[in-house]
Ligand binder design. Structure first.
Ligand code: SIN
Length: 461
């Protein structure tokens, strides 16, 4: 492994910065420091942790422009979207600063001559492996509840976007959070992952990323029986029923599908549209998609930045080609700007019609700005299609009929449901998936639970 990691701007191919990578031995040392720091951090009062988190939140908001610029440079998303990510991410810190004070235990009626007292305590040092698609918010969504609960925390950010992690850590230290309580390690994902999973001192792994990598982390953590939080792949269906408000459905589909160039785990991946409205929906959606400006996210007016790297680009292109070969029609987009020398890849927002289940795009997560439209005639057929996947993260549907809405929502096997809403993510809500999309929830009152152990004491009188 080279000593330095160079981080590149995916929109220009320019090197942004080179930073040192840690060896396995250095990661072991970071774990030891985390373990030592846990002894004192876990004994601080909830109020003390809350005020440090609050200060961290305030500093992030104060520095939102420079943090956003860094996100755009290393990830590629448009600057205004990056500002949104910084505020979204900071919101988790504010939320969990408040939740720190609400970690309650309870007393339980016991047998005569006994008392039962239930308490909650921090699970221990936590290791986090975070993705490149939200270089800032996927860190704060994990670090804030961990720190609030009294855990110490080590972050291994994605190799494509480690600079935001360092920037967040610097502000945490400025806020007064001790350096060994929150650490960042950079390096090879598999190597660092193995050090984390094999260490008995790491008591919890929290991961956002692909389902195959999540499964490896789970298998490798079996020997030390760790707590696991897994936010894994998605393959979100978006159902537009015959009685949907079409303008609303188009607006919300745009928001869901093309956010971060389609590179989120909750982006609509399959548009399942009632046959009676499919032409009108497809026309309106294509018109809106064609208006999006693709380019460098630091330039004014750009709505869709580059895709992160060649691997991501190749997958998107192969899904489009496969669909077209099997009979899909390109309503808009379907073109690319590929520069292998610079490592820059842009995909024009694409809408595909006449899609069917023989096409790969109907079975694999795309992680790109491609909207495939498939049709249905009966709502049970749409629900069956929506659930026909090992994934269960987010699902969306559009209907103005509340009976039908309740029926659809109760039959979708998904952890997050957007009813007439393409942007359900919120700090107050429990984000997470069913089936192979993950384990545990992040955000909401549920978000601190995975960082807490339950202990009960039976007192004999
Ligand atoms: C993700 O893509 O993993 C996160 C998306 C979100 O928080 O909305």
């Amino acid at each position: 492994m080279p000593e330095q990691l160079t981080v590149y701007n995916p929109a220009t191919g320019e090197a942004i910065e080179s930073i040192p990578q840690q060896t396995a031995q250095e990661v072991e040392e970071a774990i030891e420091r985390s373990h030592q720091a846990f002894q004192s951090w876990s004994k601080t009062s909830a109020g003390e942790r809350a005020s440090l988190l609050r200060k961290w939140y305030e500093l992030i908001v104060e520095h939102k422009e420079e943090l956003a610029e860094l996100i755009t440079k290393e990830n590629g998303k448009p600057y205004q979207e990056a500002v949104g990510e910084v505020l979204y991410g900071a919101g988790y810190i504010e939320w969990f600063a408040e939740e720190a004070k609400r970690i309650y235990g309870r007393t339980v009626p016991a047998a005569a001559g006994k008392r039962i007292v239930v308490t909650r305590q921090a699970v221990g040092p936590v290791a986090a492996i975070t993705p490149w698609n939200f270089p800032n918010a996927m860190i704060t969504r994990k670090a804030a509840p961990a720190l609030a609960a009294g855990c110490t925390f080590i972050i291994k950010p994605a190799e494509d976007t480690p600079l935001s992690a360092y920037a967040l850590a610097r502000l945490a230290y400025e806020a007064g959070i001790p350096k060994d309580v929150l650490q960042v390690v950079i390096g090879d994902g598999a190597e660092i992952g193995n050090v984390f999973t094999s260490s008995p001192k790491i008591r919890k792994i929290t991961f956002t990323g692909s389902t195959p990598v999540g499964k490896i982390l789970m298998k490798n953590s079996a020997d030390t029986v760790k707590h696991m939080s897994m936010e894994l792949g998605g393959h979100a269906p978006l159902i537009v029923d015959e009685d949907a408000d079409l303008d609303l459905a188009v607006k919300q589909t745009m928001a869901s599908k093309f956010r971060n160039a389609g590179q989120t785990c909750v982006c609509a991946n399959r548009l399942i549209v009632h046959e009676s409205i499919k032409d009108e929906f497809a026309k309106k959606l294509s018109e809106e998609a064609a208006k999006l400006k693709v380019g460098n996210g630091l330039e004014e007016g750009v709505n869709v930045g580059p895709v992160i790297n060649k691997k991501g680009f190749d997958k998107i292109v192969s899904q489009i080609n496969d669909a077209v070969e099997k009979g899909a029609k390109v309503l808009t987009g379907g073109t690319y700007d590929q520069n292998d020398e610079k490592g820059c890849y842009f995909v024009t927002p694409t809408v595909l019609a006449d899609v069917d289940t023989s096409m790969n795009i109907m079975h694999e997560e795309t992680f790109g700005p491609v909207a495939p439209i498939v049709t249905f005639s009966d709502i049970d057929e749409a629900i069956k299609l929506a659930n026909d996947t090992p994934f269960g993260l987010a699902a969306y549907f559009f209907t103005e009929n509340y009976r039908r809405g309740i029926y659809i929502s109760e039959h979708l096997e998904y952890g997050i449901i957007g009813w007439n809403d393409g942007g359900p993510s919120a700090v107050q809500a429990p984000f997470g998936g069913m089936k192979e999309s993950g384990i545990g929830r992040e955000g909401g009152t549920e978000g601190i639970e995975p960082y807490l152990e339950t202990k009960y004491m039976s007192i004999g009188l």
